[in-house]
Design a protein around this ligand. Structure first.
Ligand code: MF3
Ligand code: CO
Length: 249
């Protein structure tokens, strides 16, 4: 069952979403060559708790941290630790917040110092794939319209979309129905309705789509070693169009 939210509930999620956006801004600023990924995690956790909210990922299925920090060929769910960032890397930062019982979830892939033109292109295309998915998140469209918009744009640009991981509904739980694949057919799947709130999250690989899990049971990386990028927003579907909750407004 897909839970629809009232405008008041959406505004409560927007509070969580604002914190998510501010956390990502803070972490992005700190993602410099030489910074430990555990330092980014501590910064994020302190900020979220200072605002009277809680990190959503920590403890979820025994996940040990506030952030997922995934470097270069790591797709998602990299665990922060003693590794230090290096110039030229791309780093996907994913964070969820629970505020007053409501969740928001977002991610972005950022550059560490100067990065290659190939890396910049991957980031630009993945961000645009998310924008195109959000653009069609409107009442009367179908879930498959979002999936197809993301897939088509990524593949037109010579990249592939990850199949094993998907976006999701979000609200009083971090993961609600529906699942939102980053591939699919236009005009397929459930109809999008006012009040649905979706975490849309393209994961795009520069090379092949296949991924594998590391021995830590969390880190997902590309099988071919190619770079991967991840952008995510929590978006409410309204009569006035898509409403991005994970931005500072
Ligand atoms: N943004 C990811 C998701 O939507 C983050 C989950 S990480 C976990 O599933 F640790 F919380 F599992
Ligand atoms: Co998510």
């Amino acid at each position: 069952m897909i839970v629809v939210k009232t405008p008041e509930q959406i505004d409560r999620m927007r509070r969580a979403g604002n914190l998510v956006a501010q956390t990502l801004d803070l972490v992005e600023q700190a993602a410099l060559p030489g910074t430990k990924t555990a330092t980014l995690d501590a910064l994020a956790e302190e900020f979220i708790r200072s605002q009277g909210a809680e990190p959503a990922f920590k403890g979820y299925m025994d996940y040990p941290a506030t952030l997922c920090v995934s470097i270069d060929d790591e797709v998602v769910h990299g665990i922060p630790g003693e590794r230090r960032l290096k110039e030229g890397q791309i780093v996907s930062i994913d964070v969820g917040v629970r505020d007053g019982g409501w969740y928001a979830d977002a991610a972005r892939t950022v550059r560490v110092g100067a990065v290659s033109p190939a890396a910049i292109r991957l980031l630009t295309v993945t961000q645009e794939a998310l924008r195109r998915g959000i653009e069609v998140a409107r009442p009367g469209n179908r879930l498959g319209d979002i999936s197809a918009a993301v897939q088509t744009y990524a593949e037109e640009n010579g990249y592939s979309v990850v199949r094993e991981l998907v976006g999701h509904g979000i609200g009083q739980k971090m993961h609600e129905e529906p699942q939102i694949p980053n591939f699919g057919r236009p005009r397929s799947g459930p109809e999008l309705k006012r009040g649905m709130v979706l975490a849309i999250e393209p994961m795009v690989n520069a090379g092949r789509a296949e991924v594998r899990f590391d021995a830590d049971k969390w880190t997902v990386r590309t099988v071919d070693g190619s770079l991967s990028a991840h952008f995510e927003h929590t978006v409410a579907i309204t009569d006035a169009g898509p409403d991005i909750l994970t931005q500072v407004d």
